[in-house]
Design a protein around this ligand. Structure first.
Ligand SMILES: Nc1nc2c(c(=O)[nH]1)N[C@H]1C(S)=C(S)[C@@H](COP(=O)(O)O)O[C@H]1N2
Ligand SMILES: [Mo]
Length: 327
C-alpha cells in the first residue's frame, strides 16, 4: 500500500479525507481520566479530576500504511485523542452513568445479527442488515471533533458514510421534514434501560436538511478498527457540529417524519436540552458554560468554536434563526 501523508489527505479547510478507508491500526497507551458523572437534575456540575497526559506528536502521519500508533491531526492541527481515551471515557447511559464504567459493562454486547429499519415517510422503506449497509455505502475516514455538552471534547478519526446517501436511497416524501433515530431497546443487555428515570429507548432527531448535510455520517469504526460496543457498535450517528448527545449509538431505526421529534433528553430535562443542540459558545447550558472546553488529554482549556468549528459547512442551515431561542 502506498503511503499517504496526513497533510495530503486532509484538505486545508475541511474535516475529511474522501478516499475510502483502508486501514490504520492501533493506538497509543494512555492515562486514566476521571470525570464525575452527570445526571440531569440530580447532580451538581461535573467536577473534573485529571491525571496523566496523552499528548501526541503534532505531525504524525495517518492513512494507508501509516504507523498505527502515530495518530494524526484534525484540519485545525489538533492531535487525535488516544484510542484508549476514546474507548474508555464514554457516555452511554444504557450501560452506565459512570464514563469509565461503560467499557467494561458494554463488553460482549451482542452486535450481530443487527438490522436497521429505515421507514416512515419514504417511498422505499427497507430493513437493512448492517453488513449490507456497509457493503452498499463505502466507508470513508472522517476526522471530527466530538464536543460533549459537559464541556469536554475529543478528536476522533471515524470510518463511516454520509447519512444523506442512505436517506436518498429511502427517497423521502415531500412532507417529511424531520428524521427520527432510535437506539436498540434491550434491557437484558443494557442495565441502564431498567432505570425508569429515562424514557427509553434513546431517541434523537434532525431536520431533513441537517441530516442531508455531508458532515452527518453513520459511523461503523474508528482508528481503522470496527466500532467497539462502548462507542455505539455496530452503527451510530455522528453529527459533529452538535453536542455529543445528538450522536446516538447502536441505531436500529430511522424514520422520516412530519413533526419535530422529541428526544430522550428533551423529554427527561426540557429546560436543559433543546432540539437543535448546535455547539454554541454564546449560549450556556444551565449547568455548564459552553464558552470553553477541555480537550481530553490536554491540561489547559480551549475556546469553544461556533458549530464546533464547522460553521462554514453548516452555518447556512440556520440562517435567520434565533440560535438563542433554538438551543
Ligand atoms: N444510545 C446512546 N447514545 C449516546 C449516548 C447515550 O447515553 N446513549 N450518549 C451521548 C453522549 S452524551 C455523547 S457525549 C456521545 C459520546 O460518544 P463516545 O462515548 O463514543 O465518545 O454519545 C452520545 N450517544
Ligand atoms: Mo455528551
Amino acid at each position: 500500500m502506498e503511503k499517504i501523508r496526513s497533510s495530503e489527505i486532509t484538505p486545508e479547510k475541511a474535516y475529511l479525507s474522501r478516499r475510502q478507508f483502508i486501514g490504520l491500526g492501533a493506538l497509543a497507551a494512555t492515562a486514566a481520566l476521571l470525570e464525575a458523572c452527570s445526571i440531569p437534575g440530580l447532580t451538581p456540575p461535573a467536577a473534573e479530576t485529571l491525571s496523566g497526559s496523552n499528548a501526541q506528536p503534532a505531525q504524525a502521519t495517518t492513512g494507508a500504511g501509516a504507523t498505527p500508533a502515530a495518530g494524526g491531526n484534525d484540519e485545525l492541527g489538533s492531535a487525535f485523542t488516544s484510542y484508549d481515551d476514546i474507548t474508555h471515557y464514554n457516555n452511554y447511559y444504557e450501560f452506565s452513568m459512570d464514563k469509565e464504567g461503560v467499557a467494561p459493562r458494554a463488553k460482549g454486547f451482542k452486535v450481530a445479527p443487527w438490522n436497521v429499519a429505515v421507514g416512515g415517510l419514504v417511498n422505499n422503506p427497507k430493513t437493512w442488515a448492517v453488513e449490507d449497509l456497509l457493503a452498499k455505502f463505502p466507508q470513508e475516514e472522517r476526522i471530527y471533533r466530538l464536543r460533549c455538552v459537559e464541556a469536554w471534547s475529543m478528536v476522533i478519526p471515524w470510518q463511516g458514510f454520509p447519512l444523506g446517501q442512505l436517506l436518498r436511497e429511502a427517497d423521502p416524501m415531500a412532507k417529511a421534514k424531520y428524521v427520527r433515530f432510535e437506539t436498540v431497546m434491550d434491557p437484558m443487555q443494557m442495565p441502564g434501560q431498567r432505570d425508569p428515570y429515562y424514557p427509553w429507548p434513546y431517541t434523537e432527531g434532525l431536520r431533513v436538511d441537517e441530516a442531508m448535510n455531508d458532515l452527518a455520517i453513520l459511523a461503523s469504526g474508528l482508528y481503522g478498527k470496527t466500532l467497539l460496543p462502548q462507542n455505539g457498535a455496530p452503527l451510530r450517528l455522528v453529527v459533529p457540529w452538535k453536542y455529543g448527545f445528538k450522536s446516538l449509538k447502536a441505531i436500529v431505526k430511522i424514520d422520516l417524519v412530519e413533526e419535530q421529534p422529541r428526544s430522550l433528553w428533551m423529554a427527561a430535562a426540557p429546560n436543559e436540552y433543546g432540539f437543535y443542540a448546535n455547539v454554541n459558545p454564546d449560549v450556556s447550558h444551565p449547568r455548564w458554560s459552553q464558552a470553553s472546553e477541555r480537550r481530553i488529554g490536554d491540561l489547559s482549556r480551549r475556546k469553544t468554536l461556533p458549530f464546533n468549528g464547522y460553521a462554514e459547512q453548516v452555518g447556512q442551515l440556520y440562517q435567520g434563526m434565533d440560535l438563542r431561542a433554538n438551543y
